[in-house]
Design a protein around this ligand. Sequence first.
Ligand code: NAG
Ligand code: NAG
Ligand code: NAG
Length: 592
Amino acid sequence: MPSSSSVPANLLVLLGLGVAGILLMTRRLRRRVPKEDFGAFVERLELLPPPPPPPPKAPHPLAGLFFAIADIFDIDGYVTGFGNPDWARTHESAVRTSHVISALVDGGATCVGKTVIDELAYGISGENKHHDMPTNPSAVDRVPGGCSSGSAVAVASGLVDFSLGVDAIGGVRIPGGYCGTLAFRPSHSTVSNMGTIPVSPSLDTIGLFSKDPNVLRRVAYLLLQIPYSDKRQPRSIIIADDCFELLKIPTSRVTQVVIKSVEKQFGKRLIKHLSIGDHLSSKLPSLKELQNGKKNDGSKSTLSSLANAMLSLYNHEFRNNHEEWISSTKSVLDQFILAQINRPVDDSLALDCCNSAREETRMALHALLKDDGILVLPTVLGLPPKINAKELLSEEYLTHTLCLSAIASMSGCCQVTVPIGLHENCPLSVSFIARQGGDCLLLDTVHTMYSALQEEAEIASKSNFSKSSVSKEESAEIAKEKGNAAYKDKQWQKAASLYTEAIKLNGKNATYYSNRAAAYLEMGSYHQAEADCSSAINLDKKNIKAYLRRGTAREMLGYYKEAIEDFKYALILEPTNKTANLAANRLKKLFQ
Ligand SMILES: *[C@@H]1O[C@H](CO)[C@@H](O)[C@H](O)[C@H]1NC(C)=O
Ligand SMILES: *[C@@H]1O[C@H](CO)[C@@H](O)[C@H](O)[C@H]1NC(C)=O
Ligand SMILES: *[C@@H]1O[C@H](CO)[C@@H](O)[C@H](O)[C@H]1NC(C)=O
């Protein structure tokens, strides 16, 4: 390999290819039948929380939750495996438990085991030649993603309520996207990584998986040691259009879900569009230096330079931490990791540039997002690649995937992967980023938007169906029927979503609004119920049910006069209706 004294651009290419080799290497992987635990665990154990405090004291904040950890966190008395049997063989049992695990157990959660991680936590595919690859429970013939593959799978399969992994270049966000779980990468250096094995400290963060937005928020708040206060709301939602252009599936399947959910939750005016690559290109002079000699062809080139700078740091720091062990033990590592380790020392100028680029990216994102902005981008390029897919071996797959993950990794920003339903039977996701230190805003925004995103995702995943085979009106009727079935089953939220779908497909039928109002009444959402009844009445002045339901909603809201009027009007339409009669008389006695 030539020494790269004065050719930083070449060096970056070499480093990139080196990592590409490692990350993309071919392995003979068999397609597996899901095991009982989906191959997620390397070791089962039990760390029990302290006994609950006696009432009237509040119970522990995480009481009743079970979690797993990637095999890179120390637990007192256990050997930390780091995805490599020689590592385990040559290391003593840990004598301390890592800070975060103690905090979670003290917080009331039970740790139930250690999960599979990529070899030396290196890579993004979820493949590890020493272990069977954990099975992606959401798409069994597809990779789970890495490096925290087992933790993602343990959550996606419902074996635990939440799990921990590590994320330097995407190790939590990417498997979250591929397995269809929420995945949180906190701002860099906000969660202590004492008691974890370092991979690339300037990029390393401890990340969190969960399927439940409430659990994610509760656990993240505890890890970040922040008290609950009023939920924060974003003032701008910026769609990174250039990042969405990298998607290998129809862009609108993802963007429409986000846009409609934002409109519903916060209003249209929050939405802005931006090419993040173009925006950054003038703000990262150090990257320009690294691109030296190479033509900058716009946004994509800026993003891939950023990804390459991230890879250089990742390799360099990984080597600094582990080269000695690797050469002393002669562990039979993946040949590509070895090739990487044995490479000549980096060009120091290039590394300086990479470090400066990191700081510049942080400042640029800080200035863009301020205290209340959220950046929206895809987590990954599309569907998880098939096991052994050629795609996994392509340079383009790696570079483009890392273009997406480099934005938060290089800026230290926090990011959450949010699942948005299925596309061609595979999990789909979208990501939200807030500035470094904006973790509360990010978690609160995701928490607020989660159900709207799921509703819109459900609609989007079916919208093609309506176009191709049946009319919108027919699809609306189907959705309403399903809603009625869910309502009968007392699944109010699901019923409301299905009626919402019916309304989206056909906004002119009073029944859909009136039925959704019934679901809202059951959920205690009286304002929404009232609004839906008014919509129904606008469409159909003789809808008795809508008057009765609006009367009930208004009664619950304390608008007694208006409630009485609704019940009276129902009586005019159907003078013998006992329900209306009883309600009107009862209210009149009480309030007139
Ligand atoms: C969507 O509909 C079009 C025709 O309207 C069809 O060609 C296409 O295969 C459909 N896609 C899916 C994923 O169903
Ligand atoms: C509205 O839906 C109901 C049943 O869901 C149906 O009977 C009725 O014909 C529909 N009305 C209109 C105007 O489409
Ligand atoms: C009152 O009217 C509603 C709506 O038409 C109907 O569902 C309900 O059964 C009626 N109640 C009585 C007691 O007649």
